[in-house]
Design a protein around this ligand. Structure first.
Ligand SMILES: *Cc1c(COP(=O)(O)O)cnc(C)c1O
Length: 452
């Protein structure tokens, strides 16, 4: 009897799943292949997938598939399950809430958990000024609302986003997003009054933070004009764009310029938020205090929730009924968020993100020392990436990156790629991953690179 056949009852997810990499079949195994065939017949082709598996359970640092394979999770479903999949506190909070009531619409009859999430966000986000929050369903929806709020407050229209930026897939957020393929190609026309400024990308532009900021501000002043500009929106560390860490001084200079010019500074912390970078928020890494901050992904342990949090005077600029949505701040998602925020604050996850970051950085820089195809290892906390290049020219090597990622998945390690040039592997393990699994995952990455 094969391992797959012994798996008659689906294992329960969460941290009690065996924390091991186990290959019972090739990936995809027969049951996964069957699901993928149904997927291609039933699901729109535009909805892609990274790992060809039929997931049945996940927790700690593993994802288990229907064929009995146990894969090491170095992606957290894109920085979402930072507290770990099916964290016991999240499961308990969700179970309690789902039996109580599932929905009323907060705009119809309000409930406490939404208010408590807003209070928690106002408390944990950067800055000790008076803040308010509004809750939504997805990151893109939070970004859309941050822009609405900034326009209403400033009575101005233009918005500046940055090279390599990623802010979502809705119409306005596609316009804010930099990369055409796959996010924008053929999906225009895009929202108007969106402009793009150059980013600080030390590995490729060689500029100091101050010089990169001067360049960006000059573009903004000459091509947009502060009098027309409602907001600038930036990821403090870029996610999809390639885990680009701006040079020191870049973000503070932008914040200072925005403040002096009545421009709302929006930090999109949808990927960087909630302990991921070894601080509660990446803004804390750089010592900046944004006017508005967008959050989602890690906020609720896997349940869909997003938020805009910011200065009360800005958040309150909108008339009643101007913000909201049927599902925004769903009570089950809010219960999950309260449990997750409790775990982030009280179970040492910021410290854990730093430990994971130290392991990732030291292992990857060791590999880089003997393999010049890794051009740079960068990031903060448990948000670390390796950029792959042609060692002769420093040109991005997307083919190598894709080959390494594919080989890792075939060997039972889920890694994600990113970057404008598709030449970055990003490491975003759940903060619940045991050290041994993280090391084993990195052994697989090293072997895949050697073999490529
Ligand atoms: C993922 C992401 C978004 C979009 O969030 P969705 O929930 O996918 O709509 C926006 N901004 C950043 C920085 C992200 O990483």
């Amino acid at each position: 009897m094969s391992a797959a056949e012994t798996l008659t009852v689906a294992p329960v997810g969460g941290p009690t799943l065996p924390q091991e990499r186990k290959l019972a079949t090739a990936i995809p195994g027969p049951k996964s292949a069957e699901l993928l065939a149904r997927k291609s017949a039933a699901v729109a082709a535009g909805v892609g997938h990274t790992a060809p598996v039929h997931t049945i359970a996940a927790g700690g640092g593993v994802i288990v598939d229907a064929d009995g394979n146990s894969l090491i999770d170095l992606g957290s479903g894109i920085a979402v399950t930072s507290v770990g999949n099916s964290h016991p506190k999240v499961v308990a909070a969700v179970q309690e809430q789902v039996a109580q009531f599932t929905h009323t619409c907060f705009m119809v009859s309000p409930y406490e958990s939404y208010v408590a999430v807003a209070e928690a966000l106002n408390r944990v986000t950067p800055g000790d000024h008076e803040k308010k929050s509004a809750l939504f369903n997805s990151g893109a929806e939070a970004v859309e609302n941050a822009i609405k709020i900034a326009r209403k407050f400033t009575k101005k229209q233009a918005v500046v986003a940055f090279d390599h930026g990623y802010h979502g897939r809705t119409n306005l957020t596609m316009a804010l997003t930099a990369k055409a393929m796959p996010y924008k190609s053929g999906f225009g026309p895009f929202a108007s009054e969106i402009y793009r400024a150059p980013l600080s990308y030390p590995f490729r532009d060689g500029l100091s933070g101050a010089d990169a900021a001067k360049k960006a501000i000059s573009v903004i002043e000459k091509q947009v004009g502060a009098d027309n500009l409602a907001a600038i929106i930036i990821e403090p560390i870029q996610g999809e764009g390639g885990f680009i860490v701006p040079a020191d001084g870049f973000l503070p200079a932008l914040v200072e310029w925005a403040r002096a010019n009545d421009v709302v500074f929006i930090a999109d912390e949808i990927q960087t938020g909630f302990a991921r970078t070894g601080e509660m928020f990446a803004s804390d890494v750089f010592g900046i205090v944004p006017d508005l901050i967008t959050t989602a992904k890690g906020i609720a342990g896997g349940l869909p929730l997003a938020a805009v949090t910011g200065r009360s005077e800005i958040m309150d600029a909108s008339h009643a009924g101007g913000l909201g949505g049927t599902y925004g701040g769903n009570p089950v998602a809010c219960a999950a968020a309260l449990a997750s925020i409790d775990v982030f604050e009280n179970d040492g996850l910021i410290e854990r993100a730093r430990e994971i970051g130290a392991i990732l950085t030291s292992r990857l820089t060791d590999i880089q020392a003997r393999d010049a195809r890794i051009g740079e290892v960068r990031g903060h906390g448990a948000m670390i990436a390796a950029e792959f290049v042609d060692p002769e020219t420093n040109e991005p090597d997307a083919a190598l990156t894709a080959a390494v990622a594919k080989a890792c998945i075939a060997q039972g390690v889920v890694v994600l790629t990113c970057g404008t040039y598709g030449n970055v592997i990003r490491f975003l393990p759940p903060l619940s991953i045991p050290d041994a699994l993280l090391h084993e995952g990195l052994d697989v990455v090293a072997a895949a690179l050697d073999a490529a």
